[in-house]
Write a protein that binds this ligand. Structure first.
Ligand SMILES: Cc1cc2nc3c(=O)[nH]c(=O)nc-3n(C[C@H](O)[C@H](O)[C@H](O)COP(=O)(O)OP(=O)(O)OC[C@H]3O[C@@H](n4cnc5c(N)ncnc54)[C@H](O)[C@@H]3O)c2cc1C
Length: 819
């Protein structure tokens, strides 16, 4: 029964009655929040949800995302029993087929990763795929992957069933009620205004689908998504198409199929998509489709006829062209917006909203109720984006590419090509002239490697040894043997100032912050569970001034985290200074000699020890020099005013000419850091992993007087002797074998973990990997030493050696002697 009058007050108001809003309402109600209200301007599911194809595929590249969809499948299977309304869930399984050897490599890699994530999977031959899908042509196929747990749901029925479940637990759902505004006073949400009256509330959940961005902008909240046309056709009945036919994906042809009333639903993800509604969604866009576009659909149709030749003679019953919202990286947007407290978002579902709704709705509801994410949601956390990502032109151009990413080859190091070259270091042109090949992170153009004399000038993608292998090897060896200069300007830089700055940071960071001026501290910010919220270096520049250096992807998140945890009466501010300074890292045994040519500062071990920062003269400039290293060599990170960067760079290159100084990029950096066993946030480190498991207990000060966030959880664990999970370093014994990350790790032939990051270690002469190993009875040193290890490289098991400590350079960069 639909209530008719909206209440005057609600604990939380959800905007949007699509599958996502209904799932959030359902899960909030299940968590015991009774006075939750959902407002829908039209009817439930009338936006994008009603015309979805309903495919539910579990496997995602991040384990937590796979977990969310696995939960969706369980919920959709059980919901009818609870609500009496069917969801249309059918556990028909899904099949993916490969037209090329490279795609088969992808499928084999997916199979290994699926097993590591606990998803049932089987690599099958083309003939076996044909047995499961008799009407498909097999002659061009290399094989396939069978996922028996996948299925399909009916999007409208599912939405109604979730809504009923929510109502049954007390939620109020109001259709034909349009939100017209959100009232904010003193930076706090006060109320929601609608065309049917006002509801006082302190919590908003924006689940308005493709309307979410415009709604967010009204309160200064960035929700970077853009609509794109998305299409499928439904055919007349086709002989041989049975109701229990599995879902079929043929990613090399950009297409998918599912059975519907004896015919086929055939749709896909064309590589060059068609963004829609740049100037806003038209009024009353309800149960509405866009005009058929057979020209845009042609690439999908041609490929579909290759796979199912009968389609050439089958009639099309209906063409569905519906807009869906896509985001800059093809992952959805979840969580509390950094711009406004208690403004939550669940939007931008990139044609995965039906599959994701169950898990995403539960995760967002838990975030709202507990005030923090309850699992690692970083891949979808709205704070991974910055304001520039919400620029409409930028979004428009990027979305043309992201829609097609669904079925694009997931090559290692694959770079997005659209909306590029926006954020550039002052050295960009100079480095480009020197053969730099750029990648992109958080909008920054960053050098991956320098083409130089050896290797290809262009980015070539492969799972094998790439063209740039030798070029990167040259940079790697320079960092180890002479010196290398890395432009790390994209680092996030947050200035925390005020007389309470030390106290604020001491509560946020696991390491001791009350250090003498001139010390730099490598540490982490932890959540209440003891997991990593960020991994950073904090430089004490003055009694009341700290510079927090964080990863390129993290400044929005970290700024938000610091702000949220700064008491209102504290005398401390945090300012994002990322654009004010460049970072030039001079690393390698000759780095001290190079810098000495340019500065009068004393760079000796005694005067300038490891983990210290000084303001020094360098040529004509004054810079902060931080003695830290992410490559495991003697070196300094130079923090240079942006406008002086080119001058400082030219001085450094001149001074380094006789010292073997070379320009180096991020690919070399990756190999150097993994060889040395250094962890990276977003790869090894994340909200679900604590410093003990990460092997970083040295960066935690359990004895400092301040009770830092996460301390209670860590002390409860009591520095456990038997860690059930641990980051472990591996070296592959075959020097030709290439690991890239995401591979399964086997111990004595049994899957035991997953590689989080991997690269070629040019000093150790093989692929090096950092993997998360899990064992219920404890990953003890004895357990590690006893095992025989292999890494699954697309079905080929390559022996690997587990190392408790890095096999490289026992003589640490901390004790490098003076020249
Ligand atoms: C052709 C096509 C095929 C698809 N196939 C699949 C598939 O196979 N599998 C899959 O997982 N996903 C698929 N999807 C994607 C899926 O449909 C979406 O991801 C999902 O429906 C998004 O749900 P939502 O709740 O975020 O958005 P919507 O369903 O659009 O809901 C948002 C709601 O907010 C309401 N609203 C907006 N503004 C206001 C306001 N001011 N006040 C009140 N209400 C407001 C709107 O009316 C709308 O009903 C497909 C999409 C398309 C277009």
């Amino acid at each position: 029964m639909t209530q008719s009058t909206i209440p005057a007050h609600a604990r939380a108001v959800i905007i949007g009655g699509g599958v996502i809003g209904c799932s959030v309402a359902y899960h909030l109600a299940k968590l015991g929040w009774r006075d939750v209200v959902l407002l829908e301007q039209g009817q439930l599911s009338c936006g994008t949800t009603w015309h979805a194809a309903g495919l539910v595929g579990q496997l995602r590249s991040q384990v937590s995302m796979t977990g969310l969809i696995r939960y969706s499948t369980e919920l959709y299977a059980d919901l009818e029993t609870e609500t009496g309304l069917a969801t249309g869930w059918q556990n028909c399984g899904s099949l993916a087929v490969a037209r090329t050897d490279d795609r088969m490599t992808v499928l084999r890699r997916m199979a290994a990763s699926a097993r590591a994530h606990g998803v049932e999977v089987e690599v099958i031959t083309a003939a076996e795929a044909g047995d499961k899908w008799p009407i498909m042509a097999l002659d061009d196929l290399k094989g396939g992957l069978w996922l028996p747990g996948d299925g399909k749901a009916n999007p409208t029925d599912l939405t109604q069933s979730l809504a009923k479940g929510a109502r049954n637990c007390g939620a109020g759902i109001f259709e034909r009620t349009k939100v017209t505004g959100i009232v904010v006073e003193n930076r706090r949400i006060k109320a929601v205004t609608t065309d049917a009256g006002t509801i006082n509330t302190e919590i908003i959940v924006n689940c308005a689908g493709q309307w979410a961005r415009a709604l967010g902008l009204r309160n200064g909240v960035n929700i970077p998504l853009h609509s794109a046309e998305h299409m499928y056709v439904v055919t007349e009945k086709i002989e041989g198409v049975q109701p229990d036919l599995p879902v079929l994906r043929d990613p090399d042809g950009y297409i998918y199929f599912k059975e519907e009333v004896g015919g086929l639903v055939m749709g896909g993800f064309e590589p060059d998509a068609k963004p829609w509604a740049r100037d806003g969604i038209p009024e009353d866009f309800e149960f509405t489709l866009l005009p058929d576009d057979w020209e845009q659909f042609e690439i999908l149709m041609q490929n579909a006829i290759i796979r199912v030749p009968q389609l050439a003679d089958s009639g099309v019953r209906k063409f569905y062209n519906g807009p869906e919202s896509f985001t800059p990286d093809n992952n959805f947007l979840l969580g509390e917006a950094p711009e406004l407290k208690n403004y939550f978002v669940g939007a931008g579902f990139n044609s995965m909203g039906i599959a994701s709704a169950g898990g995403a709705g539960k995760a967002l509801a838990e975030w709202i109720v507990t005030g923090a994410p309850t699992l690692d949601l970083w891949p979808v956390d709205i704070r991974r984006f910055a304001g520039f990502n919400n620029n409409p032109n930028w979004l428009h151009d990027r979305v043309k590419e992201t829609l097609g990413l669904h079925y694009a080859m997931p090559w290692p190091n694959r770079e997005l090509e659209t909306a590029r070259a926006l954020r550039r270091s002052p050295l960009y042109d100079r480095l480009a002239q020197k053969g730099a090949r750029f990648g992109s992170k958080m909008g920054w153009e960053r050098v991956n490697w320098f083409a130089g004399q050896c290797g290809s000038a262009e980015m070539s993608y492969t799972f094998q040894r790439p063209d740039w292998h030798e070029a990167v090897g040259r940079e790697h060896r320079a960092a180890r043997e002479t010196a290398a200069l890395f432009d790390q300007t994209s680092f996030g830089k947050l200035l925390v100032q005020g007389k309470d700055a030390c106290a604020v940071l001491d509560r946020l960071c696991a390491g001791g912050m009350d250090v003498p001026v001139g010390r730099s501290v490598y540490t982490g910010m932890l959540n209440e569970r003891g997991g990593y919220e960020s991994d950073l270096t904090v430089l004490r520049l003055a009694e009341d001034r700290f510079l927090v250096i964080t990863g390129s992807a993290q400044p929005v998140h970290d700024l938000d985290w610091i702000n949220r945890h700064t008491p209102e009466d504290a005398h401390a501010t945090v300012t994002d200074m990322t654009s004010a300074w460049s970072v030039l890292a001079v690393m390698g045994p000759n780095s001290r000699r190079i810098l000495k040519k340019l500065t009068g500062a004393n760079l000796s071990n005694a005067a300038f020890p490891f983990a210290s920062v000084r303001e020094i003269d360098l040529g004509y400039a004054n810079v902060f020099a931080n003695r830290m290293s992410y490559v495991g060599e003697l070196g300094w990170e130079l923090i240079v005013p942006t406008e002086m960067t080119v001058g400082v760079y030219e001085d450094l290159m001149r001074a380094g000419a006789d010292e073997g100084l070379v320009d180096a990029g991020y690919y070399a950096l990756e190999g150097l850091r993994i060889e040395k066993g250094y962890r990276a946030w977003g790869r090894e480190l994340g909200p679900d992993l604590n410093p003990f498991e990460a092997g970083l207990s040295f960066a935690v000060d359990m004895n400092k007087p301040v009770r830092f966030i996460g301390r209670a959880a860590l002390s409860e664990m009591g520095r456990p002797r038997f860690l059930k999970r641990r980051i472990v370093q591996f070296l592959l014994t075959d020097p030709q074998a290439m690991a890239w990350g995401g591979e399964a790790v086997l111990r004595n032939g049994v899957e035991i973990g997953e590689v989080r990051s991997a690269a070629y270690g040019h000093t150790l002469g093989g692929s090096v990997a950092l993997a998360l190993i899990e064992q219920e009875t404890g990953v003890t040193d004895e357990f590690l030493v006893d095992g025989t290890y292999e890494i699954d490289l697309a079905g080929a098991r390559v022996p690997a050696i587990a190392h408790k400590r890095t096999p490289y350079d026992p003589k640490s960069e901390r004790v490098k002697q003076d020249d």
